[in-house]
Design a protein around this ligand. Structure first.
Ligand code: ATP
Ligand code: MG
Length: 253
């Protein structure tokens, strides 16, 4: 339990008639990268919103950093940050001003220093004094992630951190995420990109039709999928093949 950052048991959520989560269970170990994988509309953002206290579940429990999200939301909020699916950057402000604003909102002692450090770390120093509206998609995403690191949260949630980025910018974000986890931060990210989960995640969970239908390390998932033998050469399945096989199988029922 000491090593568990996030524990989700039997999570259910409906929007009116639409039951999106039908009993979701998973655990995330401290300092690890956990990828929640699912198609459009699978409920990834719904899970993230519940875990970040923005939305209440109908039933089931979610413990984040030792606190129940439903009964102790303030404690949860102190330990986390969220980079939403749609950027939270203020376009009118410069990159530096965005960072300083958040540092002030978090009552940090030295907002300018905090901003400078993050600008360096995210390679945004040269663009620091330009309005964020002039940033490229990749720069904006980097600023967005930098904003979520103000105040050094223990757990960060990244909802589709690389959607819409070009391959180069995507690799940059991956590097940042890996560094975060190496430094002991727990990362829960959602993605539709199987390659992203394959590259980054210590553990992967596939959310489909309201449940986690498969989870584990990449090699655990590969074991679920018998390797095809072609002329004595073993072919390792890609995560994409595993995903399609599992999702396809469930739908076929
Ligand atoms: N506030 C809401 N009111 C009604 N339905 C909603 C609401 N939010 C989400 N939904 C529906 O719930 C389902 C799950 O949505 P959610 O945003 O969690 O999916 P997602 O996996 O994040 O999808 P995407 O990959 O497109 O971001 C979808 O069918 C969506 O239309
Ligand atoms: Mg979403």
């Amino acid at each position: 339990m000491q090593n568990t950052s996030i524990k989700v048991v039997g999570l259910q959520k409906s929007y009116k008639q639409l039951q999106v989560l039908k009993g979701v269970d998973f655990e995330v170990e401290k300092g690890s990268i956990f990828a929640l994988l699912g198609s459009n509309g699978a409920g990834k953002t719904t899970v993230v919103k519940i875990l970040t206290t923005l939305l209440k579940q109908d039933s089931g429990t979610a413990i984040v950093n030792g606190f129940d999200v439903a009964s102790k939301p303030e404690n949860v909020r102190q330990a986390i940050s969220l980079t939403g699916q749609f950027a939270a950057v203020d376009e009118i402000l410069t990159g530096r001003e965005n960072l300083i604003m958040i540092a002030k909102l978090r009552y940090l002692k030295n907002p300018r220093q905090v901003a400078d450090d993050l600008l360096i770390r995210f390679g945004l120093t040269d663009a620091a004094d330009r309005r964020a509206s002039t940033y490229s998609g990749g720069m904006r995403r980097r600023l967005d992630i930098a904003l979520s690191l103000v105040g050094k949260p223990q757990i960060i949630f990244l909802d589709e951190p690389t959607t819409g980025l070009d391959p180069e910018a995507r690799i940059e974000v991956w590097k940042i995420v890996k560094e975060l986890a190496d430094g002991g931060t727990t990362v829960l990210l959602t993605t539709q990109y199987l390659e992203e989960a394959e590259q980054l995640a210590d553990r992967i969970a596939i959310l489909h039709e309201g449940k986690i239908i498969a989870s584990g390390t990449l090699s655990d998932l590969k074991k679920l999928f018998p390797s095809a033998k072609v002329e004595y050469v073993e072919k390792q399945p890609t995560l994409e093949e595993i995903f399609l096989a599992i999702v396809g199988k469930k739908e076929g029922k």
